[in-house]
Design a protein around this ligand. Sequence first.
Ligand code: ATP
Ligand code: MG
Length: 355
Amino acid sequence: MTTDSRARILTGDTPTGRLHLGHWVGSLERRVALQDQYDCYFLLANMHAFTTRFDKPQDIRADTIEIVKDWLAAGIDPDRSTIVLQTEVPAIAELTWFFAMLLSFNDVMGNPTLVHELETKGLKDTYSFGFPMYTVGQCADILAFRPTFVPVGEDQAPHIEMCRKAARKFNQLYCNVPNRTEDDDYPARGGVFPIPKALIGRVGRLPGIDGKQKMSKSLGNAIFLSDSEKDVQKKLNRVQNPTRNEQGVPDLATGALFTFVDAFITDPAHNADLRDRYQRGVIMDGHVKQEVAAAVQALLAPMRERRAALEGPAGDDRALAIIKDGVKRANATAEETLHLAKKAMSLDFGRRTLA
Ligand code: ATP
Ligand code: MG
């Protein structure tokens, strides 16, 4: 049995590259802040990385290690939080099958984030059978840990909705929870699964430096947490400026620059002053970018320092040891969930123990 009585949080990242500023404002910042208050599980979705990178197993392994380093650098503490390596937690794969039966084909294929990804990631006619499965897998990632909250960026909202649907249906079908039960009451009415809530980050969708898509590991438009000072500056200089009308007055709602201003210049007086001077033409785009860069550098400097201590084989060994320890703790919780779920499904043929 797991003994921590705090409510749980589950969230994670896919090792399709290193972490970027979008991760920070969308989810990571909050994870770091909630580590004491909640029993936290942070997932390395390495199985799901295979849905788009099945031909690059070594890259997935390398990125898995890099993400652990990014997490440590950002302030995730593996003593307080559990790191979950997806491929070493078999209960997740097993629950994926069960949830796949509770969701319709249309639930999956009509998921707006999935549809958008097929388009923006250029997968349209070539994606594998396994690619859409990741959305069902994500229901299992989450529910295996029976969390109350899932801190994520805006793009994940449809996935969390799917997960909530699967949890309600499981509880109603296999645990006799009445259909009209309030979401918060499912566990008290005998449901195995809580109906987890998305906690959308302070900035739900940080655009990429292209100003078009969201900042994304896979789209070549990201400022990485591990980028050098010089690269951060270079990339910020490329962020789209607001457009101006014929009189030269800028529309701050256009371009991506002021989304960056709001994301990183968080002092309200400083933010308002910057907007005001820009609108009056006292300062121009370049100046605003300098100020955003200063704020981003201040955020990243301590991360860079902590990351520098993790470079090289010793850092890799540390990350691998953290993963190994996390696997043990993650399996304790996920196996308990699987046991409860199987019991509810009349699949109680003896409880297994993982070595
Ligand atoms: P990929 O391109 O492989 O999908 P990604 O950059 O979208 O990678 P994920 O691992 O899919 O990153 O997402 C991890 C978490 O970070 C999710 O909660 C997601 O919502 C959040 N996130 C990712 N990008 C952004 C962004 N640009 N703004 C806010 N949150 C984001
Ligand atoms: Mg993504």
